[in-house]
Design a protein around this ligand. Structure first.
Ligand code: GDP
Ligand code: MN
Length: 348
């Protein structure tokens, strides 16, 4: 067909997409991206990859979030990469909570001292305030942004990532059809010096709220000694496909509020990856967490590369599953990790 007809076809497709009733099979879902204005070009690269490999066929919308206003240059730049709807949100406080910044309960001097100590100890991002705001926002607030109210599932992307295989089905639909609440590609061990007191806080929370633990939990994936200590296993959260209702649940809300009240996001440097992963392993059934083994995904320095798909351009030998540090992702799908709740409570 000639260029004109092709243009017409894309127009028709776009109009069709805007009328949700004509595409009943699509899940109520969006890409969610927290990003800075100065990351525009890396962001465009990520979008190009996800569009080519998946979204040009689905046109799921994008929600961009930022702690400051997006520039016109940024907005025009990212909109140019897709035919899907693109929305831009500035993070605002909501429901009496500080979404990006210090809650009143934080001792700012103590936080500053701790940052200096962590920097001196060589902790990654140990000195950074903005990194802590980012981790806390991604832990407890991204799903409370008003632009996400209307969605049921989200897919997190970041600037500078790569999708190396065609994704020939809809991961949102795959999850929804099976009641899966959390999907990952890579699982790693956390740097212990970023979370010295996180597991203690989790245990204290569980003593207060044992009712939130799933009887089909995955606690043995988190702990090799019946819950006494945390082994650091977590899903790498720069890739996530998740259910927003999981994060909006009473269990997750109680959990996040408790963690936040300890100040650990600021006095230490708790990452959103272990915070999300611990919650998923405690509150969900093991079958509600899914390894997207078949999605070729890279965020430096790790990547998930399927071992047997000719449509990928990644090198299967470079897949993180071959590295001891990244065994947590593969381990998750091997065996049953459920610890009886009574045993867990006895041990903590
Ligand atoms: P890393 O992957 O742990 O090294 O952390 P990144 O620097 O990639 O940050 C994680 C995500 O949060 C990325 O999507 C960043 O664009 C975003 N991000 C990090 N810090 C900020 C910030 O201060 N403001 C905004 N708007 N986004 C941020
Ligand atoms: Mn990143």
């Amino acid at each position: 067909i000639g260029a004109d007809s092709y243009l017409n076809l894309t127009r028709i497709f776009k109009i069709d997409n805007e009328d949700a009733t004509t595409r009943p099979k699509k899940v109520n879902a969006a890409f969610v991206i927290l990003v800075r204005n100065n990351e525009l070009h890396e962001m465009k690269k990520s979008m190009k990859r996800i569009e080519d490999r998946f979204n040009k066929n689905y046109l799921y919308p994008y929600v961009f979030l930022n702690d400051v206003e997006f520039t016109e240059e940024f907005k025009i730049g990212v909109q140019a990469m897709t035919n899907a709807k693109v929305e831009f949100g500035t993070i605002e406080n909501r429901d009496g909570k500080v979404h990006w910044g210090y809650p009143d309960s934080i001792d700012l001097e103590l936080a500053a001292t701790r940052r200096e100590e962590m920097q001196a100890a060589g902790v990654m991002y140990g000195e950074s305030e903005s990194y802590r705001h980012m981790c806390r926002f991604n832990s407890g607030f991204f799903y409370r942004h008003k632009l996400l109210d209307k969605y049921e599932y989200y897919w997190r992307i970041e600037p500078g990532i790569d999708y190396s295989c065609d994704i020939e089905y809809d991961p949102f639909k795959y999850m929804k059809d099976r009641n899966i609440k959390y999907g990952y590609t890579i699982g790693l061990y956390e740097y212990e010096n970023t979370i010295p007191s996180l597991w203690g806080a989790v245990k204290a929370f569980i003593k207060k709220h044992p009712e939130h633990i799933s009887t089909a939990n995955s606690i043995k994936w988190l702990s090799k000694d019946g819950g006494k200590t945390y082994n650091g296993c977590h899903f790498w959260s720069n890739f996530e496909i998740g259910s927003l209702s999981f994060f909006r649940s009473k269990a997750y809300t109680d959990y996040f509020d408790y963690l936040d009240s300890t100040g650990g996001f600021f006095y230490e440097r708790w990452g959103d990856a272990p915070v999300h992963s611990i919650a998923a392993a405690l509150f969900l059934n093991q079958t509600q967490i899914h390894w997207f083994k078949d999605i070729g995904y890279k965020h430096e320095p790790w990547e998930n590369c399927p071992q047997d798909n000719v449509k990928c351009y990644c090198d299967p030998q470079h897949s993180s599953i071959h590295h001891y540090y990244a065994v947590c992702g593969k381990n998750f799908v091997e065996g049953n990790h459920t610890l009886p709740v009574a045993d867990f409570l006895k041990n903590i």
